[in-house]
Design a protein around this ligand. Sequence first.
Ligand SMILES: [Fe+2]
Length: 545
Amino acid sequence: NINRRRVLQGIGVGAGALSVSGVLAAKAGNHGFTHGVASGDPLSDRVILWSRYKPEGNKSRVDNIIWQVAYDRSFGDLAASGITSTAAARDYTIKVDATGLQPGRHYFYRFEVNGQRSEVGRTKTLPRGSVDRFRIGVASCSNYPQGYFHAYDDMAKADLDLVLHLGDYLYEYAQGRYVNPIAEETLGRVVQPAAEILSLDDYRRRYALYRSDKDLRAAHAAHPWICVWDDHELANDTWREGAENHNEGEGDFTERMAIARKVYHEWMPIRTAAQTDQAPIYRAFQIGDLADLIMLDTRLHGRDEQFIYERDIARLGGPETFVKDHLFDPNRTILGADQENWLGAQLAASKDRGTTWQVIGQQVLMGKVVTPAVPDDVTAKMKAQLPDEYSDRLDGLKPLAEAKLPLNLDAWDGYPLCRERVHAAFKQLASNPVVLAGDTHNAWAFNMRNYQGEAVGVEIGTPGISSPGLESYLPAPPKLVSELLKASSSEIHDLDTSRRGWTVVEFGPEQMTSTWRFVSTVLESQYSIAESAPLVCNAGAKQFS
Ligand SMILES: [Fe+2]
């Protein structure tokens, strides 16, 4: 497969040639309403509205920006309006919390200043009371230089109440790193700035580039979004005090994270506290009596450092001691004690209210994925297709498979007793937990069990919008990869290891259904959608039927 080889060859190559995207991005940086509109963090009576207005010349402030919320697209019937301002100190981004709205209603919104109007966005408040149906579109891992954001185009056209973005909204890398050469060289999807993003200006310019993408903008303009970051809005494999991709010469980690947080709040339609843009982003939403939506930060807030097999097994006394004393250390956490307590309190409140579904929106897989035992002849075939650094990794899988160790220590599998406590809270307090995850770029469905083997809830992993998945590390036929993973990992109910797309999750009083919408390509301008058979979880079952 030529495309796959080119993806892999693209990893680690130097900066690509100048291309057309430089021109497009420069244009998007002009004055006026430069980056469309967005809305987010809806409640039953309010929603955050977002836009950006860059004045001509070097004015550092813009006052008298009118915002309007209407019941109709022609703005004949206003529901709310007001005046706001912006400034260079916030990169000219505009954010308003529009209040006094009615529950479960569609609204249209726009901004106006100096005789110029933004485009019109459509949004929706959360419902109150009894709710028959609620449809969430789930997205993650949209990497601009890996290809087109067709999945966002499809989301923009879909009938949804809400979009959840579970992180990797953008990637921090330099030009030529973690790219698809076809996307960079032929499609002109080259990142700006060219270097890895480190400074305030760098992070801002990277958001501005992503928000110049028409499909991403359409998805923002069509639905309210609720977003959490994963690692790449910060730096690869972030934890509480560091990141794999924060290195010597890149400055102070805490300062870099303060910048990343600030710019996230500038550019994303998330509700920002009046006093600070540095507050934790874990937060909860009520979808009437149907669901409680609990959004976590498993990435930055309280996460202990990831273990790395090659580095840590020998250092920490061999495989058995590593697992018993270190991986299964009860103090080890992916949430931090305060967030773990908060999650328990949210589940308890959900139980008190009698809410049907507890939807946990977060970054990394919670379901157990044990390293698959790959037959030697399959390994040999895959190695022939891979560059050296990847084929060495394949050799490393064999001892892990024999010891039944997890495939990915950056996920909840690297924090097993923290997960077991969360499972205990699910068991005790949650009537129907549904965990949503991003991060892997592949589609997953799990029937999660605690270490006693009892069903504790389901998990759905959403495929990436454009980032490559397991097929680039395990280039065997997807059906075989699926069989090998199901054989090693009893919690896996279903998976797709080779396609990009997004997920529709529909909640009703009796059941939840989850459907993957896979795009045919991220490298050609025309695409089609293949929809998976819906997976069904009945209320009370805590597992897929
Ligand atoms: Fe990702």
